[in-house]
Ligand binder design. Structure first.
Ligand SMILES: [Zn+2]
Length: 410
């Protein structure tokens, strides 16, 4: 019976939250990157209050906190559960019109009759797993924002359940809803002291029952090349063409160590932009690796490639600056093996087989783990995120509430 209640409540919530625009943007160092995220933050704060849950809304930083004190347990270890408010900037994220397809019968789904937008079952084989389920869909012109509002819907439903059932035992639960995950916010404005948890979980990611306890180590490199421009007619022995040097630098990157040739636990270099003329060139690239030592070597090699060019020229024309972005949370989480053990037990108790693979990206949990809140990531259960064919199976959200019930009663 519980399950039906979760089904109805998570669905109703996702429809409501998805309709609120919360798209973040790649910005200029301002946090939060967009004001609209506050619309959902305020809504969640008010809903928590209406449920009788102690809550706080840090409007300036756009972070919502909620606390459910421990009940009927001898021992307590406060647990943080964290989801993000924003949706990805990749596709249109405003004017979202979510709707529910009841008992998906299989086959293609017409998302938008008048514009002829169809999600073809042949293009999205993951649809076949959800035959017979209610699906929350888009109208084919925007993303859905199930990433990460499917998680918010599950967390708010969990809060409602415990608020309505004070007789049930559970640990102290510290909820947090944070902005700008999609644009590298790394939950920077989440106040861990105020949150008051010892350990936590982020809820983000696709496929129900999956979790991650490994992320990339990540850095961004800025290569600046200074040339010497003169008229080409009289350039002999004088001109130093920064564009040529940029080409030389790029050619020294190992050909197979690029995203298009990498998978699993393999790292890579990814050149994200090149701007070059004779006088000046700039290359931006990101460096990714799961292994800490290999990650360092990768960065050192960039200095070696630059050094070789400088040596040949007899002067420093190529400079490499490296900015650290985030680190593999596995380094921290390996010191807290019970976090993954508890999570796997909770997923099993909800009737699923836990599945995990190293996440070829970063999560807010990577940063939080290094700030002192060890934080694996549990899937939110959405599919096809960051696109117009995003959808959320309602039973996946309901199941996540069940997983969280098992997780918080331990
Ligand atoms: Zn997300």
């Amino acid at each position: 019976m519980e399950h039906l209640e979760f089904h109805r409540q998570t669905e109703e919530r996702l429809l409501r939250y998805a309709a609120v625009t919360t798209q973040s943007k790649h910005g200029d160092g301002q946090w939060p990157t967009t004001d609209c995220q506050r619309d959902l933050a305020k809504l969640l704060y008010e809903e928590l209050r209406a449920l009788g849950v102690r809550a706080e809304y840090d409007e300036a930083r756009c972070v919502v906190y909620g606390w459910l004190p421990a009940a009927h347990l001898d021992k307590d270890r406060p647990i943080a559960l964290i989801a993000h408010l924003d949706t990805a900037p990749d596709v249109k994220g405003w004017d979202v019109k979510p709707w529910v397809l009841r008992a998906y019968p299989g086959g293609d789904i017409v998302l938008n009759e008048s514009e002829g937008i169809v999600m073809a079952a042949a293009d999205y084989p993951n649809l076949a797993q959800y035959i017979g389920q209610d699906l929350v869909l888009t109208d084919g012109t925007t993303l859905l924002g199930g990433d990460d509002k499917a998680a918010i819907a599950a967390l708010m439903t969990l809060a409602q359940y415990f608020a309505e059932h004070p007789e049930l035992p559970h640990r102290s639960i510290c909820l947090a809803f944070t902005p700008d995950e999609e644009v590298g916010g790394l939950a920077r404005d989440l106040d861990l002291e105020l949150l008051g948890a010892a350990v936590g979980y982020t809820l983000d990611g696709d496929h129900l029952g999956w979790y991650q306890d490994q992320t990339f180590n990540a850095a961004e490199a800025f290569v600046t090349i200074t040339g010497r421009s003169v008229h080409p007619a009289t350039a002999k022995g004088i001109m130093i063409n920064a564009a040529d040097l940029a080409g030389e630098f790029l050619a020294s990157l190992p050909e197979r160590e690029k995203p298009q040739y990498s998978s699993g636990t393999e790292g890579f270099y990814y050149v994200t932009s090149v701007k070059a003329d004779c006088e000046h060139a700039e290359i931006r690239l990101i460096v990714r690796d799961f292994d800490r030592a290999q990650f360092r070597t990768r960065q050192d090699m960039l200095l070696v490639y630059a050094g070789r060019i400088n040596e040949r020229l007899g002067e420093e024309r190529v400079r490499v600056d490296i900015e650290q972005q985030y680190r593999n949370m596995g380094e921290i989480l390996s010191q807290y093996p019970f976090l993954v053990a508890d999570l796997e037990a909770a997923i099993r108790a909800a009737g699923l087989e836990p599945r995990s693979e190293p996440f070829r990206g970063g999560t807010d949990g990577s940063a939080l783990s290094f700030r002192g809140l060890p934080c694996p990531n549990l899937s939110a259960g959405y599919e096809n995120a960051h696109g117009r064919f995003e959808f959320v199976p309602v039973p996946s959200m309901a199941k996540n509430v069940e997983i969280l019930l098992h997780l918080t009663e331990r």
